[in-house]
Design a protein around this ligand. Structure first.
Ligand code: NAP
Length: 365
């Protein structure tokens, strides 16, 4: 028997048969989310899975140590795992590769004409690669034409941000757009699934908080939102002008990155009711286009004084909505609040699916 978790889809008869896709790094934490979410997708169909030499040649069911709380989809279980670098039949390629190999491999597939929609950090800050959150910066897709020219073909790479960055950038987007941000301080409490399955030993994390996450986590959170909330203008990205200070912690939750945020606004303090309204009413291209994975409301505002909480709020809109709460004045800066993002859905595989849906809706696949 097969049981799958499916995001709600808005069926579109024009898009049958579904587009065949490949997943690079399909056996990992993010890769398994891709496989899970693709099982119920109305536009895309999982056709190929790719992983390391450790897994290639085996069936996906044999190679993947399936860790999600829905059953492994039977169609995926029988696929043979291909090795990285193999020729692929799919033009659309999702990547959940380890960053030690993602840079070169993603470039290689894009140069062969594939559309690579990546989670990895390697190409996020490239000057012609969109770092995309479709609700926030869909116009950054303008960079693809320049990237295609550089590659001399039709292939290209689009990336989604770091898992904490997505939560932060979405939560602050309505505030930056309406009131302008001058300075921002963020402290994250990040779930252990963000480190991959073998990432943090239980002996290290149980009864503990680790005030450090390697791989340049703080630097990513300090730089990526500025690109995301900046503009694509005259053939280049212009960063948003505000500065960010980030401190990160690994905490013993399974899924859901929680963060506390304080902000100084460009025009001084704003009315809290107006900010709340801006957060609640924020929508973008995915909602306008009715993309299958789009949350109806990208940012939920939780009114209870002790929310959002990872266990209670991470699955809102199937893990695709960010939840904000506790908006109040800050005695040092102007305002402060709490935000929560599901790190492997909105922060990884779900984000990449939404990016690919936007590309399809814009005729770019
Ligand atoms: P993971 O669980 O360690 O999975 C890594 C995947 O990469 C596996 O499929 C692995 O295949 C494959 N791989 C490793 N070395 C390889 C090699 N030499 N050649 C080919 N394939 C290789 O990692 P993860 O947590 O899913 O993260 C994947 C990527 O997404 C990372 O770049 C990470 O920074 C990013 N990311 C993760 C999250 C998150 O919440 N976890 C969120 C956003 C972004 P084998 O199983 O065959 O070894």
């Amino acid at each position: 028997m097969t049981e799958t978790l499916t995001l709600p889809t808005q069926t579109d008869a024009r898009r049958t048969p579904r587009i065949p896709v490949a997943v690079l790094g399909a056996t990992g934490s993010v890769g398994q989310r891709f496989v899970q979410l693709l099982a119920g997708h109305s536009w895309f169909r999982l056709h190929e899975v790719v992983a390391s030499e450790r897994s290639s040649g085996k069936s996906y069911g044999e190679a993947a140590d399936w860790r999600l709380d829905t059953l492994l989809p039977s169609d995926a279980a029988s696929l043979e795992v291909k090795s990285l670098g193999s020729d692929l039949e799919s033009r659309l390629v999702f990547s959940g590769l380890d960053s030690s190999v993602a840079g070169e491999a993603e470039d290689d597939y894009a140069n062969r004409g594939c559309v690579v929609v990546s989670n990895s950090r390697n190409h996020r800050m490239d000057p012609d690669v969109p770092l995309l959150i479709p609700e926030v910066n869909a116009e950054h897709l303008g960079a693809i034409e320049r990237q295609r020219r550089r590659r001399g073909g039709n292939g290209y790479i689009v990336t989604n941000p770091n898992c904490s960055t997505i939560g932060l950038a979405l939560a602050i987007a309505p505030i930056e757009r309406r009131f302008g941000i001058d300075q921002l301080h963020v402290t994250t409490m990040q779930a252990i699934s963000g480190a991959g399955y073998a990432g943090v030993s239980s002996y290290a994390i149980l009864d503990n908080v680790i005030p450090y996450i390697g791989g340049g986590e703080e630097e990513k959170i300090e730089t990526e939102p500025r690109k995301i909330l900046g503009r694509w203008e005259n053939g280049r990205f212009v960063d948003a002008p505000f500065r960010i200070s980030a401190q990160v912690n690994r905490v013993p939750t399974i899924d859901g990155h929680l963060m506390t945020i304080s902000m100084k606004l460009r025009e001084g303090s704003a009315d809290l009711g107006e900010i709340r309204d801006a957060i609640r009413s924020f929508t973008g291209e995915p909602q306008r286009l009715g993309l299958p994975t789009a949350p109806k409301q990208p940012i939920h505002y939780a009114v209870e004084p002790d929310r959002p909480q990872p266990r209670l709020d991470r699955d809102r809109e199937h893990g695709m909505a960010v939840t904000v709460g506790r908006l109040r004045p800050c005695p040092l800066l102007d305002i402060r609040m709490v935000a929560l993002v599901h790190n492997t859905i909105r922060g990884a595989a779900g984000a990449a699916l939404l990016n690919a849906e936007l590309l399809e809706a814009k005729g770019m696949l």
